[in-house]
Ligand binder design. Structure first.
Ligand code: NAD
Length: 497
């Protein structure tokens, strides 16, 4: 750990916070309080204590931000040539790197992340701007062959003002994977971070301005879903909504976007299977399964929350997995731990409810199964890493997104059975396969209903690999060059010569 980072971590551990955190909306290139004067607390899930507060916005703040974003479309930003936009995105990438320590500690505090995970997320933000910096001057149209008497070609035009709604589990990653391609495509943005995790979005506002982004191109309005999210979605000044969050809220977002026929991409929940076949390298598979469910305390849309094992390896694999799981150290993310807290008491109660109901129905709780506190302080909102076995395929623990450190084991008698189990929920976000037979893996991958299939490494990929879901997991693709399509409208121009 470098000296600056060590100093920040020490400050956070001594005082519960770090100095200089942003406290106001970021609108039109400046900090602004809410028109109503409202404030809301930001809480560290690792202690359960409020450590700062931010503006609690409402529809009038949203209106102001959308006005600034619309005006910015026709300002210097609108006439900036793509190569210059690319240089600007590259400067943003470099500045995020320069501010990485502060961003990572703030991210760890409001999201309850382990520092190393927060650092990874900030590193991902650096990489996302670097990737899309290179895309700005390569996002080109095509020419269409209609014969000698016509000229026909397509143009990608910026969609306009993007409204981006972000959840609390990956605040900076989720924001940036919309923001960076939206800027690359020439859009302007009004972002609403989750109520619980407003800080890194606000910090990015200042960093982007420092890099030279014109005022009004990126705006952040903090507040609740009802007071800020809903008016943002319903506003006629928004041209596209990128929503990441739960299925229930996603449905309401679709409904609220409908009256203005506002385009949208929905990245919703998941209940992703990890299939481990008997011929897999079982040591690699165990590492993969542990990371797939216990990283970020299981609060990952694409978490591998269902483990599908071939029957003949079930007993041995589960025994090793339980041994490894019992050894995981739970505690505040700014200490050397293996798993941090869950995001809120409500989330903790929800996870506990799923586990208790499964126990009451006769499920085997192989390890964990209870809420916990940080063993050093006695504070915070933690849940033990938990493995449930003996569940039927239609059990609610198998079917519903628990969004916590709870793994459900399912047994498959054949590969066909494993595929059927894998496809057997309403969700279709991600899926994992562990096997040494790569041709077999590719044939299985083809038959899995999922936006992304990981073979022999769960979460394999990066900003280059498109990401999104099918069915209840939503639609639209983030990341990769595919993301640019969300933020542009295609125009085809055809001339008779
Ligand atoms: P949530 O739906 O409660 O909230 C998400 C965001 O929507 C928050 O910013 C919230 O304030 C806002 N919101 C709430 N009500 C709104 C409304 N009526 N109109 C507009 N915005 C509103 O979800 P959450 O609990 O914050 O996040 C967890 C969920 O997000 C999980 O289901 C998880 O799977 C999903 N998620 C999906 C992805 C993905 O890429 N598919 C990534 C991360 C999280």
């Amino acid at each position: 750990m470098n000296k600056d980072l060590a100093h920040l971590v020490d400050e956070a551990r001594r005082t519960g916070t770090i100095a200089g955190l942003p406290r106001q909306h970021w609108i039109d290139g400046r900090r602004l309080p809410s028109a109503s004067g409202g404030r809301m607390e930001t809480i560290d899930p690792g202690t359960g204590k409020a450590f700062t507060s931010v503006a609690a916005g409402d529809a009038s703040d949203v209106d102001l931000a959308i006005g600034a974003a619309r005006t910015a479309l026709s300002g210097p930003w609108g006439s900036m040539v793509p190569a210059e936009r690319g240089r600007l995105l590259a400067r943003i990438s470099a500045l995020i790197r320069a501010h990485a320590d502060r961003l990572a500690v703030a991210e760890a505090l409001h999201a309850g992340k382990r520092l190393v995970e927060a650092q990874g997320d900030v590193g991902g933000a650096v990489r996302a701007f670097e990737y899309y910096a290179g895309a700005c001057d390569k996002f080109q149209g095509s020419s269409i062959p209609l014969g000698p008497d016509y000229v026909s070609y397509t143009r990608h035009e910026p969609i306009g003002v993007v409204g981006q709604i972000v959840p609390w589990n990956y605040p900076i990653s989720t924001l940036v994977r919309g923001l960076a391609p939206a800027l690359a495509a020439g859009c302007t943005i009004v972002a609403k971070p989750a109520d619980q995790t407003p800080l890194t979005a606000l910090m990015l506002g200042e960093i982007l301005a420092e890099a030279g982004l014109p005022s009004g191109v990126f705006n952040v309005v903090t507040g609740t879903g009802t007071e800020v999210g809903a008016p943002l979605v319903a506003h006629p000044g928004i041209d596209h909504i990128t929503f990441t969050g739960s299925v229930t809220t996603g449905i309401s977002v679709m409904q609220n976007a409908a009256p203005h026929v506002t385009r949208l991409a929905l990245e919703l929940g998941g209940k992703s299977p990890v299939i481990v076949l008997a011929d897999a390298d079982l040591d690699i598979a165990i590492e993969g399964v542990l990371g797939a469910i216990f990283e970020n305390a299981g609060q990952i849309c694409s978490a591998g929350s269902r483990l599908i094992l071939e029957r003949r390896i079930h007993a041995g694999f589960v025994a090793k997995l339980v041994e490894r799981t019992r050894a995981l150290r739970v505690g505040h993310g700014l200490r050397a731990v293996d798993m941090g807290p869950v995001n809120s008491p409500a989330q903790l109660a929800r996870i506990g409810g799923f586990v208790e109901r499964a126990r009451a129905r006769g499920a085997e709780v192989l390890c964990g199964g209870r809420s916990a506190v940080d063993p050093e302080t006695g504070l915070g909102w933690f849940h033990e890493p938990t493995i449930l076995d003996g569940l039927t395929p239609d059990d609610e623990a198998v079917q519903c997104e628990i969004f916590g450190p709870v793994l459900c084991v399912q047994i498959a008698d054949t590969v066909e059975h494993a595929i059927a189990l894998a496809n057997g929920t309403d969700y279709a976000l991600a899926a994992g396969i562990y096997t040494r037979d790569l041709s077999h893996a590719h044939r299985i991958a083809e038959r899995l209903d999922a936006g992304q299939v990981y073979i022999n490494e769960f979460f394999a990929g990066g900003i280059e690999t498109p990401f999104g879901g099918n069915r209840a997991s939503g639609f639209g693709r983030a990341k990769g060059l595919e993301a640019l399509a969300s933020f542009s409208k295609l125009k085809c121009i055809t001339a008779r010569l």
